[in-house]
Design a protein around this ligand. Structure first.
Ligand SMILES: Cc1cc2nc3c(=O)[nH]c(=O)nc-3n(C[C@H](O)[C@H](O)[C@H](O)COP(=O)(O)O)c2cc1C
Length: 170
């Protein structure tokens, strides 16, 4: 509730504080008549189990947005600890940002046609339910229509680094 005083914090303070949160890393993808795109995100989370809804936040200027909006579907691929290089590729961090990102990793499709990473920890194939812009980002809500999972370990991003857990021997 507003008390008449400004309730906002600076973008710098906000970014520094939120960088301390630990999140799984995913690659969101879309492919269809209106184009193919993918990018690395740490903003995926579950919304609801029945119906099966997830959300992801994507910078509104990313080409993914116009394509996913028009294709009407997208997929979320949760990465494993073996995917740090792939995460960098889909974040455009390679030496050649023009490289076809989908040349990295093995891809298949399930129901919607959005690219599914064959060895992802979990892949969620989604029909687009809603996309709304808040500030610089669009919030994508998808209904999961198919999924895949593999036994592996989640890739976690925190404090601007990947946290690779160590197995403690017995
Ligand atoms: C670990 C990690 C998490 C990221 N999370 C997000 C995110 O949640 N939303 C987003 O829009 N960008 C996120 N990014 C940045 C995008 O991956 C990156 O800006 C984008 O791929 C580059 O833009 P381009 O696809 O137009 O080249 C993240 C990057 C990394 C490395």
């Amino acid at each position: 509730m507003s008390n008449g005083k400004s309730q906002t914090v600076s973008a710098g303070d906000f970014t520094s504080a939120l960088s301390l949160a630990a999140n799984g890393v995913s690659v969101v993808t879309t492919d269809g008549d209106h184009g193919k795109a993918g990018l690395t995100v740490s903003s995926m989370c579950s919304v609801c189990a029945d119906p099966a809804l997830i959300l992801a936040c994507v910078n509104a200027e990313n080409e993914f947005c116009s394509m996913a909006d028009a294709n009407g579907h997208f997929a979320v691929n949760l990465l494993t600890t073996s995917h740090t290089e792939l995460s960098g590729v889909f974040a455009g961090l390679g030496t050649n940002p023009d490289v076809d990102r989908f040349n990295h990793g093995r891809w298949q499709t399930l129901k919607t046609g959005s690219p599914i990473l064959t060895d992802a920890l979990v892949s969620l194939d989604c029909n687009l339910v809603s996309a709304t812009t808040h500030g610089t980002h669009r919030i994508y809500i998808g209904e999961v229509v198919a999924l895949l999972s593999n036994e592996s370990e989640a890739l976690i991003y925190t404090n601007r680094n990947y946290a690779i857990s160590q197995v403690i021997p017995n």
